[in-house]
Design a protein around this ligand. Structure first.
Ligand SMILES: [Zn+2]
Length: 121
């Protein structure tokens, strides 16, 4: 590595801090929603807000799941960085172009392999 290389460790740390704070926020929102539900369950059985609460719930849990998955991916990328395997596609083994890594420092696959993985032919 030369001094002009991007500081991947720092980039990953930034991504992780961001993903972590996002996960924390989502968890807080879910907690608030749980409390709201508990308060309202004493009221009317035919709660007009019931539907919107449960759709909010599934939206928040979905977002929380994806930020947890992102945290795992970031940790895996950090592990690859420590092993010296960082920046290589986990599928084809080719180096991932720096531009792609800058956009998404924790990516484990090059754009081509990610494409085939996400939408199998
Ligand atoms: Zn690849």
């Amino acid at each position: 590595m030369t001094s002009s290389d991007p500081n991947w460790r720092q980039l990953l740390a930034d991504e992780r801090a961001y993903a972590q704070s996002r996960a924390d926020e989502l968890r807080d929102s879910l907690d608030a929603l749980i409390r709201k539900r508990q308060n309202e369950s004493d009221d009317d059985e035919h709660d007009p807000e019931g539907d919107s609460l449960s759709s909010q719930w599934s939206m928040l849990t979905g977002l929380l799941e994806s930020s947890k998955r992102q945290l795992r991916e970031i940790d895996e990328a950090s592990a690859r960085l420590a092993e010296g395997a960082y920046g290589f596609c986990s599928s084809c083994g080719e180096p991932i172009p720096e531009g792609q890594l800058m956009a998404r420092p924790f990516r484990a696959h090059c754009v081509e392999c990610a494409k085939t993985r996400e939408s199998p032919a």
